[in-house]
Design a protein. Structure first.
Lengths: 171, 263
């Protein structure tokens, strides 16, 4: 089966007829600002990331977390000039945990997963971008039944509770 | 039968593993060439982001190679031609980047020259910002490429031995003259091939760069980083750029070979 971190990649898989039936949404994720512990650069909001001299790291627009960051820039009208556009969200987080960057725009779940290594500055719902995670069974799966059962489990209250614990939202 | 000098042939069976080894290296490259979307190829490799990445790669690799020469030649000479306590340890440490995974090299650099690193404060005080700059890319490349130059040059120096240097010294030449007139001219080909290896290694550097320098078009996003990013969305572009990188590397090695081998 295939669980995607964004709709675009699932659309590609569906277009290439790799998915049996219709994919369904199983989780949502929003963005947050990760800062080194103690927030040395004094980041208070998304807008304060645009302050001159602030080293902010984001994902490249080509990857899902970068697309979400661009969406927040649009909805908030704040234009960032990042010092680095990483290919993966873990690389963004790495730059923050090492103290190399003043702030990084990552998923809420990444901030949660990083524990004490970073502090969170939240982005209000009004401007935040919501990524929906779809899941689907692959057409050439040798174990269709089991895959479908797992999909149902992920979407069940039990599965959703696990996901909520990691910071995901319900679709 | 008249006596003749025996021809020194390599045993025939040696060609089998040697051929297999060559195939193992060439086949993946060929597979890549087959997968290239030739209709799109020119457009893919001449896009602004590709050109920026290629240009940055060539620029940083050239500077890194120069740094390797400036630092590596003295290192090789000292290691090959002098004796001091702890020499073996120093040699092993210097060669360490050869075996370190590049990501580890990046982490090590981060905790040395990064903002919170060992020397980061010092750098900040004197007004040098290494973080997220092209300088950081060059440092990462130099770090991983330097041992290639040192190891090949030190090997050459040991092979040549010290006969000529001793003769020159006996004739009254001071150490610097011996170095300039005897040692260096003798190992110029080894210096050249070491520099080529370093350049090739710098050109291909990825892990240390992405860990230490970041990734921003025109500043830190070298060709390997651009390939890694394109792979996320546009596999065709990634393959086209990979081929470009292979061609550039092959050109550099080929040209250097030609100029290093005496006619």
């Amino acid at each position: 089966m295939f669980a995607s971190a964004d709709q675009a990649n699932m659309d590609k898989a569906v277009a290439d007829q790799l998915i049996a039936g219709q994919p369904s949404d199983f989780a949502t994720n929003t963005m947050a600002i990760a800062v080194p512990p103690g927030n040395p650069a004094g980041i208070t909001s998304f807008a304060s990331l645009a302050k001159k001299g602030t080293d902010v790291v984001v994902c490249a627009p080509e990857v899902p977390c970068g697309a979400a960051t661009v969406a927040i820039e649009k909805s908030s009208g704040v234009k960032l000039s990042p010092v680095s556009e990483e290919a993966s969200v873990t690389d963004v987080l790495g730059k923050v945990t090492s103290g190399q960057a003043d702030a990084g725009v990552v998923y809420v779940t990444d901030v949660k997963g990083a524990g004490e290594a970073v502090d969170e500055v939240s982005i209000p719902k009004r401007i935040n971008a919501v990524n929906t995670y779809p899941i689907g069974v692959l057409t050439d799966s040798t174990n269709q039944d089991l895959a479908e059962q797992f999909e149902q489990y992920v979407r069940s209250p039990q599965g959703q509770q696990v996901l909520a614990g990691a910071g995901f939202g319900t679709p | 039968m008249a006596a003749r000098t025996p021809r020194l042939d390599v045993p025939g069976w040696l060609f089998i593993p040697a051929g297999l080894g060559s195939l193992f290296i060439v086949l993946p490259l060929a597979a890549m060439v087959v997968r290239v979307d030739w209709a799109q190829f020119p457009a893919l490799i001449t896009s602004p982001s590709s050109m920026a990445a290629l240009w940055l790669s060539l620029k940083t690799s050239t500077v890194a190679t120069l740094l390797c020469l400036i630092l590596g030649v003295p290192m090789a000479i000292v290691l090959a031609r002098s004796q001091f306590r702890g020499q073996d340890v120093v040699r092993s440490m210097v060669l360490l980047p050869l075996v370190l995974p590049p990501v580890v090299a990046g982490i090590a650099l981060l905790y040395t020259f990064g903002r919170r690193g060992l020397l980061g404060r010092t750098f900040e005080v004197i007004g040098v910002q290494v973080a997220f700059s092209t300088t950081a890319v060059i440092m990462a490349q130099t770090f991983v490429a330097l041992p290639f130059l040192v190891v090949s040059l030190e090997g050459a120096l040991r092979t040549f031995g010290q006969r000529y240097e001793q003769v020159a010294a006996t004739l009254g030449a001071p150490p610097t003259t011996v170095l300039r007139r005897v040692t260096l001219p003798m190992v110029i080909p080894a210096v050249a091939s070491g520099a080529v290896l370093s350049f090739a290694r710098a050109l291909g550097e990825f892990g240390a760069t992405i860990t230490f320098a970041g990734s921003l078009q025109g500043t830190t996003r070298t060709l390997p980083l651009e390939i890694y990013l394109q792979r996320e969305t546009d596999p065709d572009a990634a393959i086209a750029l990979s081929l470009l990188l292979v061609v550039v590397a092959a050109l550099v090695i080929g040209l250097a070979r030609r100029s290093a081998t005496p006619a």
